[in-house]
Design a protein around this ligand. Structure first.
Ligand code: 2DC
Length: 513
């Protein structure tokens, strides 16, 4: 296909803003599976980097089309279209971003093997630009090289080691129980035996309450109905921060700052509020710690733990704690919203999960830590949710050595993106991808490099274990106590606001069992 005709079809795609996913929700069948080799014997020879299909020669045209047609909101669907057009690998250049995009799990495996000891994903420049602007330090997410590694190793111990998960469970469980009583009260109040609402803001509160209890060992009482304007401002600012990041992804941040554009101003204002609130929480915990009010024998949160360990400079601890607090709100709450929506659409899956949870409860006497270990189907349901509704549209790595992908030579230092959203919806990779079917993770075949919702390797999501535990505990209690239904049976589409989120509010209905 010529580049000219791509341009034409691309703009017609961008033009029909809301019909993108309707027109082509899933892949057309095409041979880009990993097993049935798409390379015929005639093209077994290694092909050069410049032979990769794609639009990479038109970068500024692409950037302009992207910007003008608000294409970025549909970046996930556009990637699906591109894989359909070019096959399982293509090269793209949008503005100053030059990347190779892949979709197959086997190729993702090759990429992650070549990530080196200082793996790097695509940098979110606007977030770095804010910190440079305010002279704040980068946390572990934004660091690279030796400094990243030092912070990451210390934080790993405090955040993702199995011993730590044990300590998080009671802190998270009490927040979940508060959510359950809030829901029960709402059901009572309605007089109709059900609570029907867009749960977004309740889930934001649940997520912020959870992350604060884990980080600071401190309850905010957001689910007790206390009006807390500071926390609400924090929640709203995280949403604005994400929203204002995506339009700046393809524009050099230095440029935005110099023209003092509206998005840049919104972005700075949002981070200012996030930093202010995080700082307040950090200072409070820090004082309590030094006054001996945080017990050194009993676990009282990640911040106190890091202070006690004394392995990182205070500024670096603060920077990473701020990132964790901001990163722990929209990510888990949106995923919970998606899973409840899927369970409402698939009542039989919901029934199976309820059965598993009740059996686990009987077997373990209801001890949350034990229960977490005996709900394989629920864990599979979470993987299945992240397959259809990943938080991150892609995973990215810079190659640390020359590699070969689909017979193309990929030079060292190339940015390669795994199209995570596209992978999850490809019929070549997942049989009947449109079906929400958690069992697929338990039965047949290989799941080799298919469960990538939290990334892979030493640079995977550092909040992974916390997020998983938080969401599983939430689901264990909510599914036990309520029947989940929805009044929105038409497909809820996805939109890109840096993270992937529902395009429209989802009304969910909770009924007591
Ligand atoms: C966005 O093209 C699309 O977990 C870009 O909790 C590539 C890209 C790079 C990094 C990704 C980002 C995407 C989506 C949001 C992610 C981020 C890394 C971490 C971040 C996936 C895919 C997130 C949501 C963190 C955010 C923490 C932050 C608020 C301090």
């Amino acid at each position: 296909m010529s580049r000219g005709s791509f341009r034409l079809s691309a703009s017609s795609i961008y033009g029909q803003k809301s019909s993108v996913q309707h027109a082509n929700p899933f892949f057309v069948r095409r041979d880009h599976s990993g097993t049935s080799e798409s390379c015929t014997s005639s093209d077994q020879t290694l092909k050069p980097y410049d032979a990769l299909p794609g639009t990479w020669r038109n970068n500024w045209v692409n950037a302009y089309t992207f910007w003008k047609n608000n294409g970025i909101k549909h970046m996930h669907s556009l990637m699906i279209n591109n894989f359909n057009k070019y096959g399982p690998i293509y090269r793209e250049k949008i503005g100053y971003h030059n990347s190779v995009n892949i979709i197959n799990p086997e190729d993702a495996a090759i990429l992650f093997k070549a990530e080196g000891i200082f793996p790097e994903r695509l940098k979110v420049r606007p977030w770095m630009a804010y910190r440079d602007h305010r002279k704040e330090k980068y946390g572990v997410l934004l660091k690279s090289g030796e400094e990243w590694r030092r912070d990451r190793l210390v934080l790993n111990k405090a955040l993702i080691s199995p011993q730590m998960i044990q300590k998080f469970v009671p802190l998270l469980n009490e927040v979940v129980l508060d959510f359950v009583s809030l829901a029960s009260k709402q059901i009572e109040k309605s007089g109709r035996g059900n609570w029907s609402a867009d749960l977004s803001n309740y889930l934001f509160k649940f997520a912020l309450e959870s992350v604060c209890n884990i980080l600071y060992g401190e309850r905010l009482g957001l689910l007790q109905g206390h009006k807390n304007t500071t926390s609400q401002k924090f929640i709203d600012s995280v949403t604005v921060m994400f929203k204002s990041t995506s339009p700046m992804l393809y524009i050099p941040p230095g440029l935005l700052k110099s023209v003092n554009s509206r998005v840049w101003q919104d972005h700075v204002a949002a981070w200012d509020i996030i930093f202010e609130h995080a700082n307040h929480c950090i200072q409070k915990t820090y004082k309590q710690f030094h006054l001996g009010l945080k017990s050194k024998t009993e676990y009282s949160g990640i911040l106190a733990d890091l202070l006690l360990q004394d392995m990182l400079p205070l500024d670096d601890i603060k920077a990473s704690i701020t990132e964790l607090m901001a990163g722990g709100v929209d990510t888990t709450s949106m995923t919970l919203q998606w899973i409840m929506y899927e369970l409402a659409k698939y009542p039989s899956v919901q029934d199976n999960l309820r059965r598993e949870i009740i059996e686990a409860k009987q077997r373990t006497g209801g001890d949350p830590l034990q229960m977490l270990k005996s709900v394989p189907l629920l864990r599979a349901a979470l993987k299945e949710t992240l397959r259809l509704h990943p938080v991150a549209v892609t995973l990215q790595r810079y190659t640390n050595e020359d590699i070969v992908l689909r017979n193309y030579h990929i030079p060292v230092g190339t940015l390669v993106q795994v199209g995570l959203y596209a992978m999850g919806r490809s019929p070549e990779i997942f049989c009947k991808p449109e079906r929400f079917d958690p069992e697929r993770w338990l039965n047949q075949g290989s799941n080799y490099f298919k469960n990538l919702g939290f990334g892979f390797g030493p640079r995977q999501c550092i909040g992974r274990r916390i997020a998983e535990t938080e969401m599983l505990l939430f689901l264990i209690h909510v599914i036990q106590n309520f029947k989940i239904e929805t009044s929105r049976l038409v497909e809820v589409r996805t939109t890109f606001d840096l993270i992937l989120i529902p395009e429209n509010p989802i009304t969910l209905i909770l009924k007591s069992i």
